[in-house]
Design a protein around this ligand. Structure first.
Ligand code: PRP
Length: 187
């Protein structure tokens, strides 16, 4: 698996310090809130990041999961987000929702999810993304918490996949172009 990696973009140590920084900021920002903090892990890419981040947030919290798909079977964003697993709670107006995402690319996924949750009655919705590729943005969206801006390269590891593989790499690496071919995006 590692022989398919062109170079390591973020080492385990670098990811660790980024998650430390984000968790400290989140803890500080939410410590005086009178609402319960609920992290929403966006499956599947955010599984690893959510697990690491939640361990470092020093507040009572709950964790939920949502699954959306923005690309279907293709490699280019269709612009349509289909919700495959929705957030099933009846207290959306009484909790602080923090959506945890591995990567923001076009921005479509997070902007649609925020819109969807607010439409269901959520009063407090913020987003936390480990990686951000602003060069690929097609909608006006900025995460509230951002780990690292990265160049427009195909990255895998720490939850991110190519064809469902590589999610278990402990670092984030740039995939060799010959593995994915031209035109593919992180999906
Ligand atoms: C990937 C990634 C983000 C989204 C980002 O998810 O994990 O959720 O795309 O892209 P966007 O900013 O262009 O919307 P994907 O739908 O591939 O599912 P996965 O998390 O299961 O890999």
């Amino acid at each position: 698996m590692k022989d398919k990696i062109k170079y390591v973009l973020l080492s385990e140590e670098e990811i660790d310090s980024i998650t430390d920084f984000l968790a400290e900021k989140i803890t500080d920002d939410y410590k005086n809130s009178d609402k319960k903090l609920v992290l929403v892990c966006l499956l599947k890419g955010s599984i690893v990041f959510t697990g690491e981040l939640m361990k470092k947030i020093s507040l009572p919290l709950e964790v939920e999961a949502m699954k959306v798909s923005s690309y279907g079977a293709g490699t280019v964003s269709s612009g349509a987000v289909s919700i495959q697993l929705d957030l099933m709670r009846d207290d959306l107006d009484k909790i602080d929702l923090l959506i945890v995402e591995d990567i923001v690319d076009s921005g479509i996924t997070l902007s649609k999810i925020c819109e969807h949750l607010k439409g269901k009655g959520a009063k407090s919705v913020k987003t936390c993304a480990l990686l951000d590729k602003p060069d690929r943005r097609v909608v006006d969206f900025e995460p509230d918490y951002r780990g690292k801006i990265i160049p427009d390269e195909f990255v895998v590891g720490f939850g991110l996949d190519y064809n469902e593989e590589y999610r278990n790499l402990p670092f984030i690496g740039v995939l060799k172009p010959e593995v994915y071919g031209e035109g593919a995006v992180n999906s």
